[in-house]
Design a protein around this ligand. Structure first.
Ligand SMILES: Cc1cc2nc3c(=O)[nH]c(=O)nc-3n(C[C@H](O)[C@H](O)[C@H](O)COP(=O)(O)OP(=O)(O)OC[C@H]3O[C@@H](n4cnc5c(N)ncnc54)[C@H](O)[C@@H]3O)c2cc1C
Length: 513
């Protein structure tokens, strides 16, 4: 084990996803000499824009696509010129009820159209009133909890005592979210729309507390829980982060994979797979924590598999709906397909037992309706699809065939609600190939190092201290000079920059310059 006396850098950040960039920039801004090392030729990790279909100059948010959790405080402190845009509709769920094609509309600002659609689908006013009550209480929780995400972990009991709605606290933190939702809402479709937030990227039953944690992060972002469209696509965030990092002097090294770490509590050597060595005092690890554990020869934590399929599509026109709603209203927000509470749980149980569900719950949205800038003057629209409960294990054997099967089932699911099959609306290239790309969890592992395709690197964690870690940042490891600054840190996961921010502050708190 070699120990370097005069390190090349104060800090090396490994992983150039958005969190790594946030960590590196805060540290450089505070005067540290920082290098950021990224394995791939370009930065961004899961947050990139990409021209997926070479004949069409459309920059799709290839992996992550909506922003809620990225705090304005980070944006302002790092001087990022990055905007997110509100969608005028939160969601639309097509429903076939007694052979009638209806839909549950949830506007961003709930109005008469939302109220009327609840009445039609549920047969009464009660779920609409329950919705208003639940989400107005959640908004108060969001405002209460969001600021704590950028501070050292607070004790659960103290946080609980300081919140003025103990009933909601109980419903979200002390009983399964599946129970809460079935107590509050009567209708299976309405329940499903609420529960999708508990299952995005989380392979879990709604009776498992992991679903509560996922739900929480989906409703508290930036103190409002609103999911907004990144203007210019996800790549716009990363370009701004890269600009800020360079401005503050971060040395960015791409196309170099770190595959060994040696050293002690004073100094570390990191080695790249092609034999280069860089030395530093402190290390921020902004990639998966299991990979770090392997490099440090430590026991590798157990995590659940990733379980989603991501599809990106280009459309020559928006498809018409059997329900007759204007497609610009239906697709501007999240369009839920076969995501009722019963359908979600049944898909989970089937895939947990090893079968690809016949009905695969999924959701789509059209970025270009809110932000046409990404399609330029092509006249096209984009469609981003995220399917649930399709875990990595289902693709291990016969990956190609099972991906094709899943794709077919997902498209068949959408087609049930369309006037004409989706295939009629897709754009095609000059070879007659549809502009549709599909990524299963194993593709995400290959392309992004997401372990088993888990979009959050690992299981999300409650945003407070439950044991003796009150006052810590949730980035600390058993090594005083190695910090977790990526999605697998506490309070990591999602496009939030929070893990990067917190790793930088944990490191600065020890003040060893
Ligand atoms: C399909 C998909 C859809 C999603 N949708 C959303 C969404 O809409 N909204 C949202 O908030 N979140 C979404 N997420 C989750 C979110 O994108 C991630 O949780 C978040 O981007 C993780 O950021 P990160 O910087 O921590 O890690 P990553 O983005 O995973 O970046 C880690 C980086 O580390 C690099 N790396 C790995 N190992 C090494 C090594 N040994 N040496 C050097 N570099 C290394 C990788 O190449 C990568 O660039 C989605 C994720 C996916 C995959």
């Amino acid at each position: 084990m070699s120990v370097v006396s005069s390190p090349d850098y104060d800090v090396i950040v490994v992983g150039g996803g958005h969190n790594g960039l946030v960590a590196a920039t805060y540290l450089a801004k505070a005067g540290r000499k920082v290098a950021l090392i990224e394995a791939r030729p370009s930065l961004g990790g899961s947050s990139i824009s990409y021209q997926a279909f070479p004949e069409y100059p459309v920059q799709l948010s290839r992996y992550s696509y909506l922003v809620s959790l990225f705090p304005d405080d980070i944006k302002n402190e790092l001087g990022l010129n990055f905007r997110t845009l509100s969608r005028k509709v939160s969601s639309y769920t097509p429903v076939n009820q007694d052979s009638e094609n209806l839909g549950l509309l949830v506007e961003r600002n709930l109005g008469p159209a939302t109220e009327e659609s609840f009445r039609k689908i549920t047969g009464s006013k009660s779920d609409f009133l329950a919705w208003q009550d639940f989400y107005s209480r959640i908004e108060r929780l969001a405002r209460y909890l969001a600021p704590s995400l950028l501070k050292p972990l607070e004790n659960i009991e103290a946080l609980k005592a300081g919140f003025d709605d103990q009933q909601l606290w109980h419903e979200l933190f002390e009983q399964p979210i599946g129970v809460t939702v079935s107590q509050r809402f009567q209708d299976d479709v309405v329940r499903g729309v609420v529960l999708t937030d508990a299952l995005v990227g989380t392979f879990s039953s709604v009776d498992d507390f992991q679903a509560n944690i996922c739900f929480l992060y989906h409703v508290i972002g930036n103190g409002s829980g609103e999911w907004r469209v990144p203007a210019g696509g996800m790549g716009a965030l990363v370009s701004e982060l890269e600009r800020a990092a360079r401005k503050h002097g971060v040395q960015i090294i791409v196309d170099e994979r770190i595959d060994a770490i040696n050293g002690d509590s004073k100094s570390l050597d990191v080695q790249t797979s092609d034999g280069r060595t860089y030395s530093c005092r402190d290390l921020v690890w902004s990639a998966d924590d299991r990979a770090l554990a392997r490099l440090l020869s430590e026991s590798v934590p157990e995590r659940r598999d990733g379980s989603q399929i991501k599809m990106n599509m280009l459309l020559k026109e928006l498809p018409k709906l059997k329900s007759g709603i204007d497609p610009r209203t239906a697709f501007v927000g999240t369009f839920h397909i076969d995501e009722s509470a019963i359908q979600l749980e049944s898909a989970y149980r089937l895939s947990a037992a090893g079968s690809l569900p016949q009905v695969i719950p999924s959701e789509v949205y059209c970025h270009s309706l809110t932000d046409p800038s990404i399609v330029g003057d092509s006249g096209l629209h984009t469609l981003t699809l995220f399917a649930f409960h399709t875990p990595a294990t289902l693709f291990e054997n016969n990956r190609q065939l099972n991906t094709a099967k899943a794709t077919e089932r997902i498209i068949a699911g959408i087609n049930c609600y369309l006037e004409e099959p989706l295939e009629e609306s897709l754009a095609y290239d000059s070879h007659g190939r549809a502009c549709l790309e599909v990524k299963n969890p194993l593709d995400l592992e290959d392309e992004l190092d997401l372990p088993r395709g888990n979009i959050f690197h690992g299981d999300l964690t409650m945003p407070f201290a439950e044991t003796d870690d009150t006052g810590k940042w949730g980035s600390e490891t058993s090594h005083g000079n190695i910090f977790l600054g990526g999605a697998s840190a506490r309070r990591g996961g999602g496009v939030s920059g929070i893990a990067g921010h917190n790793a930088a502050f944990a490191l600065m708190a020890k003040g060893n310059l």
